[in-house]
Design a protein around this ligand. Sequence first.
Ligand code: FES
Ligand code: FES
Length: 166
Amino acid sequence: MTHISVKVDGTTYEDDVEPRLLLAHYLRDRLGLTGTPIGCDTSNCGACTVDLDGATVKSCSVLAVQADGCEVTTIQGLARDGEWTALQRAFHEKHGLQCGYCTPGMIMAARDLLRENPHPSPDEVRKALEGNLCRCTGYQNIVRAVLAASGQQDASGHQVSEGVTA
Ligand code: FES
Ligand code: FES
């Protein structure tokens, strides 16, 4: 066992973990943060995406011990006082999800994009989300949601939101 101290969604946890334990499993099974789903366990789908000290990572490709001393933000740490972020609202308003399984990862990846590039083009949104797979939506509304959160129209001129940040 290895001792780790990790701050997750604002709360610091001290735990003894097996060195082979994946961060995704630590979040879900040890901390009960099941808002971060596991879609493949092989770094392909992006469902498990979280923020690790400011870097967007697939938590199934990171060991829990690698998060020792770090700060992790999951989808469950985004809302403030019960209020969704603008990006979360945009996914809701633009119907950027169906089953919702990919949505936490999509939002975490899109959040990272908008931090780096507040006004991405549709192609830049698609490029940023290429590591996140959705089995339901056909992606169009996901792209629309991200553009809406950045206050932009998509290529087909769909309505824009008021222009908000992630
Ligand atoms: S569960 Fe991590 S990338 Fe699919
Ligand atoms: S909404 Fe179902 S997998 Fe994306």
